[in-house]
Ligand binder design. Structure first.
Ligand code: GDP
Length: 437
């Protein structure tokens, strides 16, 4: 999905605008706290056109040597670099500030389609007067919007959407090609691994330009099978100034995950699984990618003590995907790198599983007999039947008498039972519950 980045100094109403726009979609995919403050990614939809809305969380001007502020600023910029369209928000009730000017300078350098949105103009009579002064920012015609009330956002979205690049639409053209994303923190060893994976056998078929300016996919053929390594541009040539910024790799990874069947999460084993790895893994799962965890740089671990310490971080931090398979590798020595392809195939195959309704209902019968009962004292949960309602990843709908009786705990229990019965190693599965009397 193309990215629309929202930039602007703090407190001009960026998050309100995000909420306003994302309301039109039913799926808020991910709100991440902690990478830096109030940054969020949303999938938004306007007239059937989907895009990724990235709230950059505020470009702070560089006044001091405050490393934190500087890094936020770089990260916001990095997000803006990735964007197809930029929404630059200013505060109409305050007028042009020095900070706006400094943001404008950065925005102008990016040379991207930009909308200058003047928010908080609550007095329509004075609107034109107030708008006028924002021409001085040199980023085009100021447009009045009300993030809070929604004025102007519909027209705006029409225009934004018309500027988005077309979808590649090749998804169906190559049904046999598996899409693989290599994701992970900077310096985890993604490029080394990529080179190792494709290096020796001259297997690259072609490089294909992706949706965004610098997204390049690499198509690889192995044993008669085709793999499309998604968004390898950032992996193959490391030229951007942002390469060391976690957030940049996050945006990049996100975009890759969005188009992938299988995500290869490269973890630096010399540091173990970090919080950032955890976030990226979560994103991949939310998007329905199969997940293979590669514990890279295994060669750097000196003794059993260190090796155990790494595995401890795997157990502790990858609890959301106890089903993921992992492999200890070294992109440097080549240890176990050849095994990756088979794991990709296996995970993708399970992600495409079809379970028959009779197999599913046999499990349901077993669960009725041996499972525990769920009730709220007055009502008792009854599961009538279950059927597969989605694929890649597999999704199952359970028809039950009262959906509100299905607790998160019970969902986990069912998932565990499903996984113990069918082979879903490496793939997320989705469980849905619908009421049926
Ligand atoms: P990327 O940012 O994830 O693409 O990481 P790179 O592939 O650029 O690797 C970062 C650094 O780690 C480089 O100096 C690599 O040589 C080194 N590196 C990558 N994989 C391994 C490995 O398996 N073992 C060791 N010892 N070093 C590695």
């Amino acid at each position: 999905r193309p990215i629309v980045a929202i930039v602007g100094r703090p407190n001009v109403g960026k998050s309100t605008l995000v909420n306003r726009i994302a309301q039109t979609s039913d799926a808020i995919v991910h709100q991440s706290r902690g990478v830096t403050r109030d940054r969020s990614y949303h999938v938004a939809d306007w007239n059937g056109r989907e895009f990724m809305l990235v709230d950059t969380g505020g470009i702070e001007p560089m006044k001091s040597d405050d490393v934190f502020a500087t890094s936020i600023r770089d990260q916001a910029l990095a997000a803006a670099e990735e964007a197809a369209v930029i929404l630059f928000v200013v505060d109409g009730s305050v007028g042009v500030t020095e900070e706006d000017e400094s943001v404008a300078r950065m925005v102008r350098k990016l040379k991207k389609p930009t909308f200058l949105l003047v928010n908080k103009l609550d007095n329509p009579a004075r609107e034109n007067d107030s708008l006028w002064e924002f021409y001085s920012l040199g980023v085009g015609d100021p447009v009045a919007v009300s993030a809070l009330h929604g004025h102007g956002t519909g027209d705006l979205l029409d225009e934004v959407v018309s500027l988005l690049p077309e979808d590649e639409g090749d998804e169906d053209d190559e049904p046999d090609t598996l899409r693989v994303a290599i994701i992970g923190r900077p310096n985890a060893g993604k490029s080394s691994l990529f080179n190792k994976m494709i290096g020796n056998d001259r297997s690259i078929v072609s490089n294909i330009a992706g949706t965004t300016r610098d997204a390049i996919d690499t198509v690889v053929e192995r044993d008669g099978k085709r793999y499309r390594m998604v968004d390898t541009a950032g992996i193959r040539k490391k030229s951007t100034v942002y390469e060391n910024i976690e957030y940049y790799s996050m945006v990049r990874g996100l975009r890759a995950i969005d188009r992938a069947d299988v995500a290869l999460l490269v973890v630096d084993a010399s540091t173990g699984v970090t919080e950032q790895d955890q976030k990226v893994a979560n994103l991949a799962i939310e998007r329905g990618c199969a997940l293979v965890v590669l514990l890279n740089k295994w060669d750097l671990l000196k003794d059993d003590y260190e090796r155990e310490a790494v595995m401890e971080t795997v157990d502790r931090r990858l609890t959301m995907a106890p089903w993921a398979e992992y492999l200890r590798i070294s992109a440097m020595t080549g240890r176990s790198v050849h095994k990756i392809w088979d794991m990709v195939d296996a995970a993708a195959e399970r992600r495409a599983s079809h379970i028959t309704t009779s197999q599913l209902n046999k499990l349901l019968t077993d669960m009725r007999e041996f499972g525990h009962t769920v009730s709220d004292g007055k009502r008792r949960l009854k599961m009538h039947y279950v059927t597969q309602t989605g694929e890649k990843p597999p999704a199952f709908t359970f028809f039950v008498n009262h959906t509100d009786l299905v607790t998160d705990n019970y969902k986990r229990y069912i998932e565990n039972r499903m996984r113990a019965t069918f082979d879903f190693k490496g793939t997320p599965i989705r469980l849905r519950f619908r009421a049926k009397k």
